[in-house]
Design a protein around this ligand. Structure first.
Ligand SMILES: O=c1nc[nH]c2c1ncn2[C@H]1C[C@H](O)[C@@H](COP(=O)(O)OP(=O)(O)OP(=O)(O)O)O1
Ligand SMILES: [Mg+2]
Length: 198
């Protein structure tokens, strides 16, 4: 089976990429699979796209192979787009999903339902040695719940209610999430490359 390296250490992302790339008969390897420890890549870009490119190019350069990377997060309109590209570290450097979503709920505690609009954003970059890097964005619109619900998924899934649903993302099965998610929308936009390359 063909392989694709995804430059991420996030186990939740890896699981979703694995499932979605299996449909193309591609086996996903992540930075969690490497024997040699790979230091944290500094994500100092100003956008999801820039950060995805930084991660993909760092690993493509190091191993001289094609690499995809995902930079993603939650944009909340009532917070001026925060946490945005700072989603992973919103409540501190320890990247704690529970603390992050509690911080969001705290900041939205006086925001009424109709003003709790938000979206998940995912930029997927593909870096290839000797070729130009490209990047695509997928989004998933929704609202922020009053309290966390559900155990599926990861990150902010327990507080994000996708449009046209009354359940949080963490109350959706992985199959359901993978058919509507920001990550899925981004992968669809790189499908042409996937089919050409593999
Ligand atoms: O489907 C999702 N469902 C819920 N939450 C999500 C999702 N997708 C991203 N998120 C949140 C998790 C984290 O707070 C941030 C990603 O931050 P981001 O820097 O891209 O990833 P990360 O540091 O966890 O791993 P890595 O950089 O190694 O890929 O957005
Ligand atoms: Mg990160």
């Amino acid at each position: 089976m063909k392989q694709l390296v995804i430059a991420t250490k996030n186990a939740g992302k890896v699981e979703e990429f694995r499932t979605m790339f299996a449909n193309y008969n591609i086996e996903v390897k992540s930075l969690l699979d490497f024997e040699q420890p790979i230091g944290d890549i500094v994500e100092d870009g100003d956008s999801f796209e820039e950060n995805a490119i930084i991660k993909a190019e760092a690993i493509a350069e190091k191993f001289q192979i094609p690499v995809a990377a995902d930079d993603s997060g939650l944009e909340i309109d009532a917070l001026g787009g925060a946490p945005g590209i700072y989603s992973a570290r919103y409540a501190g450097e320890d990247k704690n999903d529970q603390k992050n979503l509690e911080k969001v709920l705290h900041e939205l505690k006086s925001t009424p339902a109709e003003e709790r609009t938000a979206r998940f954003v995912c930029a997927v970059a593909v870096a290839r040695p000797g070729l130009s890097t490209f990047v695509k964005r997928g989004t998933c619109e929704g609202t922020i719940a009053e309290a966390p619900r559900g155990n599926e998924g990861f990150g902010y899934d327990p507080i994000f209610i996708p449009l046209h649903s009354n359940r949080t993302m963490a109350e959706h099965s992985s199959t359901e999430k993978n058919s509507i998610s920001h990550r899925k929308q981004a992968i669809l936009k790189i499908e042409e490359w996937i089919q050409e390359h593999f």
